[in-house]
Write a protein that binds this ligand. Structure first.
Ligand SMILES: [Zn+2]
Length: 439
């Protein structure tokens, strides 16, 4: 290590920090210490030099992802109990591991004289741990500082972002003043959107092979429907990956979203910018001139988008889109409400897949649908992981005639409730979960 002391600060080459996986938000202004990274060098106050060893030791331990939420809890308690309590360090460990454990949200609030930390993992809220309330102010202060928010204001809502460089993700941070004190919510990007293939989502073989057949088409509209948070976008991205893989680069693939949820290699991705006139219908119209074959539309929310998507589907493009509605037949009704003419809809629509996510019973403890409080995998919630179920409506000739005449198409043969009950019979989930998710 080459280091020199400069005006009471220890200056180290930036590479020194990088090699040791040391990043500015771990070390900036921790408990009154001043330790920060400049463009050219990692600068440490002379008084802070000793704890650097501790940071590095923590970092070495931190290298291995926590195996489960229980292991994360142990690690956080160890960091909290270590001499020199550093809230930014603690938050960094919490968030990095929450990402690795596929959590979608991390919550931090005050309840009954404790700071309560909760995870939402695979759709289940898990109480992670409780800290003494004296930890609240330093943790909120550190989170605000990491997200570039005003740490000296405590009575307004604030929203920001922080970057976890080590795991290459952006985290949305929301601060809400409540009567008990400020509440923090961290929204983590969905790792499923980034990586999963169609075969990873848990669909039954029947639905999956029907979907794969749709993805071989090069014209028409296919919709994935369901309420928020059921994995519609994950399915869309997995479908595009499937197209890219199967097609051997013969088709040009594009997405139009606000904003893109993940980057897909080889896919043209358009980020909407409604303020500057780049609305969904405008982007779609321009994509048609860019010689694309397959287009994924984030979500059909308005009349212009609905008409543009149907228009693209009728002019030799496979259009995949999500729609916020319940059943497959409801989707037809919803598009009619958005003023898509019945005859155009009847010609364009290939099919609709209504999707839900079923939470799976924790394999480590969930025997009766009830978790064991000491279970490190599910923290007593009884659930670990999720699997997709779907009902698929593929339009046949009779359905097309019905839609063209303004009547609803036939109901799908296998309904969501049936798929959910099959999961119960196979012992994968509880009856209550099946009922709730097929609603
Ligand atoms: Zn468990």
């Amino acid at each position: 290590m080459s280091a020199r002391v400069e005006r009471e600060a220890l200056v180290l080459p930036r590479s020194w920090g990088r090699e040791r996986r040391l990043y500015w938000h771990d070390v900036e202004r921790l408990d009154g210490r001043r330790l920060y990274c400049r463009d050219e060098a990692l600068t440490l106050d002379a008084a802070s030099c000793a704890p650097v060893g501790e940071v590095l030791a923590d970092r070495a331990r931190d290298g291995d992802a926590a195996a489960d939420p229980g292991a994360l809890r142990d690690r956080l308690l160890a960091v909290d109990a270590a001499p020199g309590y550093w809230p930014a360090r603690w938050l960094g460990v919490l968030l990095r591991h929450a990402v690795a454990l596929e959590c979608s949200d991390v919550h931090l609030g005050v309840r009954q004289e404790h700071v309560e930390v909760e995870l939402r993992r695979h759709g289940t809220i898990m109480p992670l741990l409780a800290l003494p309330s004296s930890r609240h102010a330093p943790l909120v202060g550190a989170a605000k500082s990491m997200a570039g928010l005003r740490s000296y204001v405590h009575d307004i809502v604030q929203e920001g972002r922080l970057r976890l460089a080590e795991v290459d993700v952006d985290v949305r941070v929301s601060v809400l003043p409540t009567v008990a004190g400020e509440r923090l919510a961290f929204r983590l990007p969905d790792p499923r959107v980034r990586s999963l293939a169609l075969t990873d989502l848990g669909f039954d073989p029947e639905e999956r092979s029907a979907l794969e057949a749709v993805l071989r088409r090069r014209s028409g509209l296919f919709l994935v429907t369901g309420p928020s948070g059921v994995g519609k976008t994950t399915t869309l991205y997995a479908a595009l990956r499937h197209v890219m893989l199967e097609d051997g680069g013969r088709s040009r693939v594009a997405t139009v979203e606000d904003p893109p949820e993940a980057l897909l290699p080889g896919v043209t991705q358009v980020r909407l910018n409604p303020g500057d006139g780049l609305d969904m219908d405008v982007a779609l119209a321009h994509l048609l001139r860019q010689d694309v074959d397959v287009i994924a539309v984030g979500e059909i929310r308005d009349r212009a988008t609905a008409r543009a998507a149907v228009g693209a589907a009728l002019t030799g493009h496979l259009v995949l889109a999500t729609l916020h509605c319940g059943s497959a037949t409801e989707a037809v009704h919803r598009l009619r409400e958005l003023d898509v003419p019945a005859d155009r809809l009847a010609h364009a629509l290939l099919g609709v897949m209504a999707q839900r996510l079923t939470r799976l019973r924790c394999a480590a403890c969930g025997v009766n649908g009830l978790g064991v409080a000491t279970c490190p995998r599910c923290l007593g919630t009884g659930f670990d992981g999720r699997s997709a179920i779907a009902e698929l409506l593929l339009l046949g000739e009779a359905d097309r005639s019905a839609v063209a005449e303004g009547r609803p198409p036939a109901e799908p043969t296998r309904r969501l409730a049936e798929r959910a009950n099959e999961r119960v019979q196979r012992g994968l989930t509880s009856a209550a979960e099946a009922t709730a998710c097929a609603r």
